[in-house]
Design a binder for this molecule. Structure first.
Ligand SMILES: C[S@@+](CC[C@H](N)C(=O)[O-])C[C@H]1O[C@@H](n2cnc3c(N)ncnc32)[C@H](O)[C@@H]1O
Length: 422
């Protein structure tokens, strides 16, 4: 699959503009309506590169002009992650961000459309935006990717107070083909560190969880404590997790012998005074606590971490997806960049936000493209995940402003030093 460069075919854009639906989408569009542009052979030589072990490849230039040089990756990309100009109207930004709504549409549309062929059918695109251009962006995305491939429109808490632009932002995520796309399994963030291994269980650290949860009357019955002989009911408004027969099987699976006494609707312990599983000193997966006499279950950290988590419906800064004290917000990105490079850039994203998105949206060895790269935060996030988690993602960055590009290069050079602990 090769890249197709498309100039937005409709110059008049705005509230009255008639959307042309799928006929504008690059894979379906009639080529007679599309103007193809290409880079010069010289540009192509300069920018074409073979995917080497180099993890992050920064390229300088307008993405629309550079896409043809990436045609060798057509259909192979796993994730596009971009943070385009939001059209903030701020004339002090070091890039053009004061377009009319129609101009913004005409600027963004062909660039996203031209990047479409980069994605494999298992790939997806995530676009940062704020409330200013959310509506226009959605029209563009639905037109290019089709509404049926919409995955998430996820708000993120960019600041902790106030409302509107600058506080709430959004990440708009579409699959190339929703049926072929898969959310990556991401370990749960460990917000508390209450796992330990007091009995040297060979399966590693665990924590004590109540064996009772929820309320199901069929699951409310006493279980005999194998230590004391007492019958223990689930506390308060709780029940055991299983009905009696299933619980007997479950306990037998951890070498605790019980039988269900249907007449008395209770589980009677039938094993030896000291359960075999206790003789080794390792507590069984269900155990009675000697102190409070209650039944608990072990939750192993390895099992908990392997359980896939859902993509967050809100990317929360405080008490949410990030450890509370970290306090990730939009300005965190600026501070990170300044600390790393001594440089200042107003619209930089926090590395933690890009890491979170990449972890959920891109396979651990996936190929990433950011064609509005700015100071290279996406590349930094790829490097950080590769170092911290042993992942092997690779990333292509495109930035057109030479000054910003040099900040990105500077950042990438130091991004994996221990001091860049993002
Ligand atoms: C919002 S900033 C991205 C910031 C970035 N996420 C970061 O954390 O540093 C948008 C960037 O897109 C760049 N840009 C604008 N038009 C571009 C184009 N046609 N091709 C490549 N880059 C472009 C701007 O120079 C700017 O650096």
């Amino acid at each position: 699959m090769s890249f197709q460069l498309i100039l937005c075919p409709t110059p008049a854009v705005g509230p009255t503009r008639e959307m042309r639906g799928s006929e504008m989408a690059p894979m379906k569009a009639s080529t007679s309506r599309l103007q193809l542009v290409s880079c010069s052979p010289e540009q192509k030589d300069n920018w074409a590169f073979k995917m080497t072990p180099q993890e992050v490849k920064p390229l300088l230039g307008d993405c629309l002009v550079l896409f043809p040089a990436l045609s060798q990756y057509g259909g192979r990309g796993d994730c596009i992650l971009i943070d385009p100009p939001y059209n903030s109207g701020n004339p002090r930004l070091p890039y053009e961000d004061c377009r009319s709504d129609g101009e913004w549409y005409d600027f963004i549309y062909p660039r996203i459309a031209a990047a479409y062929p980069f994605l494999s059918n298992r790939g997806c695109i995530a676009v940062h935006i704020n409330d200013n251009q959310l509506g226009s962006l959605l029209r563009i995305m639905e037109d290019i990717f089709d509404k049926s491939n919409q995955l998430y429109i996820t708000p993120w808490q960019a600041g902790k107070s106030g409302t509107g632009a600058g506080r709430a932002e959004f990440v708009v995520i579409f699959a190339q083909d929703k049926a072929s796309w898969k959310l990556q399994a991401v370990p749960r963030p460990t917000l508390s560190n209450n796992f330990s291994n007091p009995d040297n269980d060979p399966r590693g650290s665990w924590r004590k969880r109540n064996a009772a949860s929820g309320l199901n009357q069929r699951h409310r019955y006493p279980i005999q404590n194998y230590l004391t002989g007492d019958y223990v009911s689930p506390p308060g408004n709780c029940s055991w997790r299983r009905e009696p027969e299933a619980m007997v099987k479950r306990l037998a699976g951890v070498q605790l012998c019980y039988r269900y006494d249907a007449a008395l609707h209770r589980l009677e312990y039938t094993g030896p005074p000291c359960p075999a599983s206790l003789a080794s000193g390792v507590l069984p997966d269900y155990f009675f606590d000697a102190k409070d006499g209650r039944l608990y279950r072990k939750e192993f950290r390895s099992v908990r971490d392997a359980r896939p988590t859902a993509f967050p419906s809100i990317i929360q800064t405080y008490n949410g997806n990030f450890p509370p004290r970290e306090g990730i917000e939009a300005k965190t990105g600026k501070a990170e960049l300044r600390q790393l490079t001594g440089e200042s850039f107003d619209t930089v994203k926090p590395v933690a936000v890009e890491k979170l998105l990449l972890e959920y949206l891109c396979p651990v060895d996936g190929l990433v493209l950011d064609f509005f790269a700015g100071t290279g935060t996406t590349g930094h996030a790829v490097l950080a995940l590769n170092r911290e988690r042993g992942h092997s993602r690779r990333c292509i960055l495109i930035e057109e402003n030479p000054d910003i590009f040099s900040i990105a290069r500077k950042r990438l050079a130091v991004a994996t030093l221990p001091s860049a602990n993002a």
